[in-house]
Write a protein that binds this ligand. Structure first.
Ligand SMILES: [Zn+2]
Ligand SMILES: [Zn+2]
Ligand SMILES: [Zn+2]
Length: 140
C-alpha cells in the first residue's frame, strides 16, 4: 500500500469519514493512476476492479475529497475537470498556451506568500494549486 494512499485514507478518517470499501477502491485507483483524471475516466477504471462501485459514488467521493482539500479539480480547455492529488497540500503546473502540454514542477516557492497573506490578511493557507501559463521550450 503506497504512502500516498495511506496519507489520503488517514486524512479522511481523521475528519470523521469511514473508509468504506467503495471509498478505498476509489482512493486506491486515484493514487495508482497518479491523478490527472476526469470523474468519468476514474469511474471506468474503478469498475474494472470493483464492478459494484457506481458512478454516483465516484462523483460523491471526489466531491468529498475536494471539500477536504485532498484533491482539486483542474479545468483545462473546455473538457471535464481533471482531479489532481494535493501532495502535502500543494500541486504545481506549467501550462503551455500553444501545445497545451502540462508540465509538473515540484520546487515550491510559495511558503513566503503563505506567510505574507497570513500576516497581512490573517488568512491561514492550508493548500495551494499553482498554474503558470506561457510557452514551453518547443513552442517558443
Ligand atoms: Zn508547448
Ligand atoms: Zn499535475
Ligand atoms: Zn507549493
Amino acid at each position: 500500500m503506497s504512502e500516498q494512499f495511506t496519507a489520503l485514507s488517514q486524512a479522511l478518517q481523521t475528519k470523521g469519514y469511514r473508509l468504506t470499501a467503495a471509498r478505498e477502491a476509489i482512493l486506491q485507483t486515484l493514487v495508482d493512476c497518479g491523478g490527472h483524471i476526469t470523474a468519468d475516466d476514474l469511474a471506468a477504471r474503478v469498475r474494472e476492479t470493483s464492478p459494484n462501485v457506481g458512478r454516483m459514488t465516484v462523483y460523491r467521493t471526489l466531491d468529498l475529497l475536494s471539500e477536504l482539500g485532498l484533491i482539486r479539480p483542474v479545468y483545462q480547455g473546455t473538457g471535464a475537470a481533471h482531479y489532481v492529488l494535493m501532495h502535502d497540500g500543494h500541486h504545481h503546473h506549467l501550462v503551455c498556451s500553444v501545445c497545451h502540454k502540462v508540465f509538473e514542477f515540484d520546487d515550491c516557492v510559495l511558503g513566503e506568500i503563505e506567510r505574507l497573506v497570513c500576516d497581512r490578511y490573517g488568512f491561514q493557507v492550508q493548500s495551494h494549486l499553482l498554474e503558470l501559463y506561457g510557452r514551453c521550450p518547443d513552442c517558443q
